[in-house]
Design a protein around this ligand. Structure first.
Ligand code: ADP
Ligand code: ZN
Ligand code: ZN
Length: 803
C-alpha cells in the first residue's frame, strides 16, 4: 500500500503530498491522520498521512520509516478542514495540520508506551508481559526497534496501553513559597514594640501576622503590603518567620470540588431564545445563531441547557471563551453542570496538562470542551453544537500563520457535522450583527437582565472640565466621592485602566522629546519595578536617562498613568483603601489571577484595579461602583475598529456593576465625551451605536461593507521595502477588478520593528474570487528572495491588527 504524506517542510515546493511505500510490517498500522517519520532527501522528517491508496503514479518510492502515533491524531474531518484552512489563509498544509494539535505533540518530548493503571501485565499479549512486569512504561524507540508496534497498537485499541509524552529535560516539581510566623502572637507583639522606628516595613509585616496568624503565600504578602522580599528575608533570618515551599499539583482542577448545579427553570425570554437552538439540534441542521443579550441576561444558562440536550443525544460540544475570561468562575459553571465530562483547554495549563486534556477528547472520555481559540480544533467526531461566547473578541483571530478566525472554522465544522453554532455577546461584532440583520445568521435576543436587575446608571465625566476647575488628579471629584461612599458602606469598587506598566512613556517636559526604542519606531514603556524602559516589540531595555538627549534638560517625566501609578496615587489620597492590582505584571504566574480574584471576592480588598483582564466575567455581588479612568486610550489607535473596541470595552466593564441585589453605578472619565462610542456606551445603546458605526464603515469602505486584506512587507533596507511594496501594489492592482481599492504603498503605523522597515498595502474589495490565487502566486514569486535575503511578506485576509 501507498501512503500520501504531507511532510514537515514549510515551503512552496513541499506544499503537496508525497507518496511513500508502507512497509509490509506496518500495513495494518498506518492510518490516515497519523504522523509518520519518512526519509526526505538525506534527512528523516515528520509528516502527516493524508490518505492511503493501492498504487502511485511514481515508480521509485521510498518507504515510511515508522509511525509516530498509535492512533490517528487527526480525524478525516480535520484532514479535510486542513485543506480548507490552507485555502482560506494561504498557509502551508503542514502549518494547517500542526495548528490543530496540542503543543506537546510538537515539542521535544520522549515518547513512551504506558500500561493503563487498571490493567495487569499478565492480561497483555505474550511478548509484552515481561516488558511491563516491572515497569509501567516502555520506550517507543525500543518498541519500534523490537518490531513490537503493531502488537502494541492492538493493545492500545483495547484500551490497555497508552502513549505518553515525557519532557526530555525532567521538569522540576512546581512549588509555591509560603510564610508563617514561628512565634506566638504575644511574642510578635513584643517584637514589634521592640523594633526601632526606622524598621517600619518589618513592623508592618509583624502587624500583619498579629492579625492573620496563618500561613500566606509569600508573593501575596509582598503585594498586599507593598514590601520587598529583602524585608521578609531579614525576618526569616531573625527566626521570626518561617518560609516553606509546598508543591503544586499538575491537574489545575484536581483539588477543587465543584458544586453540582441543576438546570434552572428558564425565563420567558430565555425560553424563546433557546427553542430554535434545541430544534436545530433535534433536526440535525446546520445553522448559525447570534445570541445577543446584555451582560447578566442569562446567556450562559442557555449554553448549558443546549449542551445538555446535545449530550443526551450522544453528541459533543465545543465552547469557546476568550482566554482572559477563562477564569475558574467560568470553568466552574460548566464543570458544575457536567462534572468530569468537561475538558478545559487554555494557555494557563502546562504543555503536559494541555495534552492530558486533549487526550480525554481523543479518547472520548469527555463530551464537552471549554477552551480558548485553538479548542475549535478539538478532535470530536460527533459534534452537536459549537458555542462562541463573547463572539466579538478579537482574540478569536490567530495572528500568526495560519491566520484563521475561530468563528469561520466553527461554521466550517458545523457544516460537516450538521449542527448549530451559537455566537453569544452583549456587544456583537459589527460583522455578525450585520449578518444577523440580513438573515444570514438567526438573531436571538435577551433584552433584560435576569430578575429584572436594572443596568447600572452611567455617568460620563469630562476630564477637561475637571482640569479647568483646578483638579489635576487622575480621579474626578465624582469618582473620588463615589469611591469614598463605597468604602464607608463596605461595598466594592472596580477601577479599570487600559494600559499596563507604571507609565506608558517617558518624555522631556521642556522640549517634548519622547524616548523611543532605537530599533523600532515606537516609544519605550517605563516599568517601575526595575526602573527601566522597555520596548514591547523587540525587548530592548534601558535605564531612564538623567538628561534629555535632545535639549539636555533634566526635567524627564513619566507620562500616562499605568496601574502601578494609580495604585500609588490611591495609597496617597485614600490610604485606608485596600487595593488589589491586576495586570500583566501581577498575574504572570500561574494561578495568581485566580488567587487575586478569590481574595477580592472574599472581601480582602475594597478596590480591584486592573487592565482589560478585569473587564470580563467578574460576577461579584458586592461590586457597586465601576470607574473607568480614561476611556480614550483605545479611541485613537490607527485602526478602523477603534470605536467599536472602545464601545465594547466600556460596555463590558460597565456590566461588572450591580449584577445582584445592590444597585450599580458606573463612572466613565474621558477627554472626548462627545465621541459617539463613549456617549452611546454611556447610554448602553448598542442599536444606535450599530447604526452610527455602520454609517462610518460604509462611508470609508470598511467591513462589513468591504472585505479587506493587508499585505505587510519588511526588510532591513528601506529602499528595498519601498520598491517591493510598489511592485506588489502594481501586481495586485492590475489583476483585481475595477471595484477593488488598493491603498498603498504606505509605511505601516509602526514603521520599523527590530530594525526592519515595514510598509504595507491594503486591499478593499467586495468580490474577488481570484484574490487567493493572485496572492499565492505573489508569494511564490518572492519565495526565493524571502528565503535568501530576509525579505518578509505577510498576508492577512481579514486582519484584526492593522499595525
Ligand atoms: P450572561 O451569561 O448573559 O452574562 P449569566 O448566564 O451569567 O448571564 O446570568 C446572570 C445570572 O442570572 C447568573 O447568576 C445566573 O445564575 C442567573 N440566571 C440565569 N438564568 C437563570 C434562570 N433561568 N433562573 C434564575 N437565575 C438565572
Ligand atoms: Zn528635552
Ligand atoms: Zn524595539
Amino acid at each position: 500500500m501507498i501512503a500520501s504524506v504531507i511532510v514537515d517542510v514549510p515551503a512552496k515546493q513541499t506544499d503537496r503530498s508525497f507518496d511513500y511505500k508502507i512497509p509490509e510490517s506496518l500495513n495494518d498500522v498506518i492510518k490516515p491522520g497519523m504522523r509518520v517519520v519518512v526519509p526526505f532527501g538525506p534527512r528523516k522528517i515528520q509528516g502527516f498521512v493524508v490518505s492511503i491508496k493501492p498504487q502511485s503514479d511514481f515508480k521509485k518510492l521510498k518507504e515510511i520509516i515508522e509511525p509516530m502515533d498509535l492512533y490517528p491524531v487527526l480525524t478525516d474531518e480535520l484532514l479535510e478542514l486542513g485543506d480548507w484552512l490552507t485555502d482560506k489563509t494561504l498557509a502551508y498544509k503542514i502549518s494547517a495540520f500542526q495548528v490543530m494539535l496540542p503543543a506537546a505533540l510538537k515539542a521535544k518530548y520522549e515518547k513512551k508506551l504506558r500500561i493503563m493503571p487498571s490493567v495487569t501485565p499478565e492480561s497483555l499479549a505474550a511478548p509484552l508481559q515481561a516488558i511491563f512486569k516491572n515497569n509501567d512504561t516502555y520506550s517507543w524507540d525500543e518498541a519500534s526497534n523490537q518490531g513490537l508496534l503493531s502488537i502494541l497498537q492492538k493493545e492500545a485499541n483495547r484500551g490497555k496501553i497508552e502513549v505518553v509524552y515525557e519532557v526530555k529535560e525532567r521538569i522540576k516539581k512546581k512549588t509555591i513559597k509560603y510564610l508563617l510566623p514561628k512565634v506566638t502572637k504575644e511574642e510578635l507583639i513584643n517584637l514589634m514594640n521592640e523594633m526601632p522606628a526606622n524598621a517600619s516595613k518589618q513592623k508592618e509585616v509583624l502587624n500583619f501576622f498579629i492579625d492573620h496568624p496563618k500561613q500566606i503565600e509569600s508573593r501575596e504578602l509582598l503585594s498586599v503590603l507593598g514590601i520587598s522580599s529583602a524585608t521578609v528575608k531579614s525576618l526569616v533570618k531573625k527566626n521570626i518567620l518561617l518560609e516553606k515551599s509546598l508543591e503544586v499539583y499538575r491537574d489545575p482542577y484536581e483539588d477543587r470540588k465543584f458544586d453540582t448545579t441543576k438546570p434552572l427553570p428558564l425565563s420567558e425570554d430565555q425560553e424563546k431564545a433557546i427553542r430554535p437552538i434545541l430544534t436545530t439540534i433535534e433536526e440535525k441542521l446546520q445553522k448559525v445563531f447570534l445570541l445577543y443579550g446584555v451582560t447578566g441576561s442569562g446567556k450562559t444558562e442557555i449554553y448549558l441547557q443546549s449542551i445538555q440536550q446535545v449530550i443526551e443525544k450522544g453528541r459533543e460540544a465545543i465552547v469557546l471563551v476568550p482566554e482572559i475570561s477563562l477564569t475558574p468562575q467560568m470553568v466552574k459553571r460548566f464543570k458544575g453542570r457536567f462534572g468530569n465530562k468537561v475538558a478545559v483547554l487554555h494557555s494557563g495549563l502546562s504543555l503536559g496538562e494541555k495534552y492530558d486534556e486533549w487526550r480525554k477528547i481523543q479518547r472520548k472520555e469527555v463530551s464537552v470542551v471549554v477552551g480558548a481559540r485553538s479548542a475549535i480544533f478539538a478532535p470530536f467526531e460527533n459534534l452537536g453544537i459549537i458555542i462562541i461566547d463573547e463572539e466579538h473578541e478579537t482574540s478569536y483571530k490567530q495572528e500568526d500563520n495560519p491566520r484563521y478566525h475561530a468563528r469561520d472554522v466553527a461554521v466550517q465544522r458545523s457544516i460537516f457535522h450538521r449542527c448549530p453554532v451559537v455566537l453569544g455577546s452583549a456587544t456583537p461584532s459589527l460583522e455578525s450583527f450585520a449578518r444577523a440583520k440580513k438573515g444570514v445568521y438567526e438573531l436571538l435576543t435577551l433584552p433584560k437582565r435576569m430578575n429584572n436587575h436594572a443596568l447600572p446608571s452611567v455617568q460620563i465625566i469630562d476630564m477637561r472640565e475637571e482640569l479647568r476647575e483646578g483638579n489635576r488628579s487622575m480621579f474626578s471629584r465624582s469618582l473620588l466621592e463615589g469611591i469614598k461612599a463605597r468604602l464607608e458602606k463596605k461595598e466594592q469598587i472596580v477601577l479599570f485602566l487600559n494600559k499596563r506598566g507604571h507609565s506608558s512613556f517617558v518624555m522631556c517636559r521642556d522640549c517634548g522629546y519622547v524616548i523611543n526604542c532605537p530599533n523600532c519606531d515606537i516609544s519605550l514603556t517605563y516599568h517601575r519595578a526595575n526602573q527601566q524602559m522597555k520596548c514591547h516589540y523587540c525587548g530592548y531595555e534601558s535605564f531612564v536617562p538623567k538628561q534629555c538627549p535632545e535639549c539636555s534638560s533634566e526635567h524627564i517625566r513619566y507620562f500616562g498613568t499605568g496601574t502601578q501609578k494609580v495604585e500609588e496615587e490611591l495609597g496617597k489620597i485614600l490610604p485606608e483603601a485596600r487595593v488589589i492590582r491586576m495586570d500583566v505584571d501581577t498575574t504572570s504566574r500561574k494561578g495568581s489571577h485566580e488567587r487575586l480574584l478569590d481574595d477580592f471576592q472574599a472581601g480582602k480588598a475594597d478596590i480591584l484595579l486592573g487592565t482589560q483582564m478585569i473587564a470580563k466575567g467578574l460576577d461579584f455581588p458586592n461590586i457597586t461602583l465601576v470607574g473607568v479612568l480614561s476611556a480614550d486610550t483605545m479611541l485613537h489607535l490607527p485602526d478602523f475598529r477603534s470605536s467599536e473596541k472602545t464601545f465594547q470595552l466600556l460596555t463590558q466593564v460597565s456590566g461588572r456593576a450591580g449584577r445582584h441585589e445592590l444597585e450599580g453605578e458606573v463612572i466613565i472619565q474621558t477627554y472626548t465625551p462627545e465621541h459617539y462610542s463613549i456617549e452611546l456606551a454611556g447610554e448602553q445603546n448598542f442599536d444606535r451605536f450599530f447604526d452610527r458605526e455602520m454609517m462610518m464603515r460604509k462611508l470609508h469602505h470598511y467591513p462589513p461593507f468591504y472585505y479587506i486584506t493587508l499585505i505587510t512587507i519588511s526588510h532591513e533596507n528601506v529602499m528595498k521595502v519601498v520598491s517591493v511594496t510598489e511592485n506588489i501594489a502594481k501586481y495586485v492592482g492590475t489583476r483585481v477588478s475595477k471595484d477593488a481599492i488598493i491603498l498603498g504603498p504606505v509605511a505601516s503605523p509602526i514603521p520599523r520593528i527590530n530594525n526592519r522597515y515595514r510598509y504595507q498595502c491594503l486591499i478593499k474589495y467586495k468580490r474577488e474570487p481570484d484574490l487567493s490565487r493572485i496572492l499565492k502566486s505573489l508569494l511564490d514569486h518572492y519565495q526565493q528572495e524571502m528565503a535568501s535575503s530576509g525579505l518578509q511578506i505577510s498576508i492577512d485576509l481579514n486582519p484584526y491588527i492593522l499595525m
